[in-house]
Design a protein around this ligand. Structure first.
Ligand code: DAH
Length: 339
């Protein structure tokens, strides 16, 4: 029995020494020390021994058990340490590797210019309002004093969606909606897309952008209109820019003007951008027609106002020296990446 014990001990010591995973160690524990393990089996055979030898043998087996227990504990500690070292090695991050750059989007040039314009008008106390792109004949034309036989209503200019429904041809429709919903004092701008059945070329697009402006209060005069629009032109084009007011006609304003600024490219000498004239037309404006005020329930005897409509696309093409308006709408990445 003593020899048997020695044999079990030496195979166990060798086997434990070869274990290199915790699962194998567990197997060893079951195999030698478990309830059905080899040492336990040996203990059960003690009955066969001479009573005098039993305590001696018992002690030897128990010593062997304790010895293997310690060995198993030590081996598992080594295995755990190795496994941690391996894991750390595998999970190492090389912080010297070059990073992956994430491409961020940027604003379309139209949005950059629009944001600048919104900043300028907001600093002068204007609110920004929104209006629908699908309008009724009433808001787009009739309430703006554009009579039924006005050429602007022609099928060739306007995209009609039905007898009374159309794609707005001007953001001026927002004037009417605002005056119906707000009481003076009113100071708003309304930026947005407008639509006209134009042939596409370098300066025309069936979709383009306007910023409508409207001010209504007691005692508003043409001087206020000039002051606001001059201030706007100076902020957008620079302090030295000259601003010219030309008499013009719009059905919804009286008197009406068109506003030109000195060409920022040539300073007014005449060049390709201003087609040799030295001036660039940027907007239409005027004093709100008394009929328009009255149709919105605002008494023209008490209140007066001015309105303007700025072409955003022209402002953008002149600022960035873009030669063809179509580039603004084609979304060619090679073009857009330049801004
Ligand atoms: N709606 C005009 C256009 O599309 C521009 C305009 C002119 C707007 C005079 C106005 C204005 O508000 O007062 O050509």
């Amino acid at each position: 029995m003593k020899q048997q014990l020695e044999a079990i001990k030496s195979t166990a010591i060798a086997a434990i020494g070869e274990c290199d995973s915790l699962a194998q160690i567990d197997e060893m524990r079951v195999k030698y020390l478990g309830k059905k393990g080899e040492l336990t089996a040996l203990l059960k055979q003690m009955g066969k021994l001479d009573p005098a030898e039993r305590p001696i043998m018992g002690q030897l087996v128990n010593e062997a058990k304790a010895g293997l227990e310690t060995l198993i504990g030590e081996r598992s500690a080594v295995i755990k340490k190795n496994e941690t070292a391996l894991k750390l090695k595998e999970e190492t991050i090389d912080i010297t590797m070059p990073g992956k750059a994430h491409k961020t989007g940027k604003l379309h040039p139209l949005n950059t210019v629009l944001n600048d314009m919104i900043d300028i008008f907001q600093s002068m106390g204007f609110d920004v309002v929104d209006g629908p792109e699908v309008e009724t004949d009433y808001y787009n034309f009739e309430a703006l004093n554009v009579p039924a036989d006005h050429p602007a209503r022609d099928m060739q200019d306007t995209f009609y969606l039905g007898e009374n429904l159309l794609l707005r041809t001007q953001t001026s429709a927002a004037q009417i909606r605002t005056m119906e919903n707000r009481k003076p004092p009113i100071r708003i701008i309304c930026p947005g897309r407008v639509f006209r059945a134009d042939e596409v070329d370098a300066t025309h697009s069936p979709v383009f952008h306007q910023i409508e402006g409207l001010v209504v209060d007691k005692g508003v005069t043409m001087c206020d209109l000039k002051g606001v629009l001059e201030q706007f032109a100076h902020e957008i084009y620079g302090k030295d820019t000259k601003v010219k007011f030309r008499p013009s006609f719009f059905p919804f304003t009286e008197p009406s003007v068109e506003v030109d600024v000195s060409c920022s490219e040539c300073g007014g000498k005449g060049c390709r951008v201003c087609k040799g004239s030295g001036w660039i037309e940027i907007l239409g404006a005027g004093m709100v027609h008394p009929k328009v005020l009255a149709s919105c329930g605002i008494d023209p005897e008490v209140y007066s106002g001015f309105a303007f409509g700025i072409g955003l696309d022209r402002l953008t093409t002149t600022r960035y020296k873009i030669s063809d308006i179509r580039l603004l709408f084609e979304n060619d990445k090679r073009f857009l990446d330049q801004f």
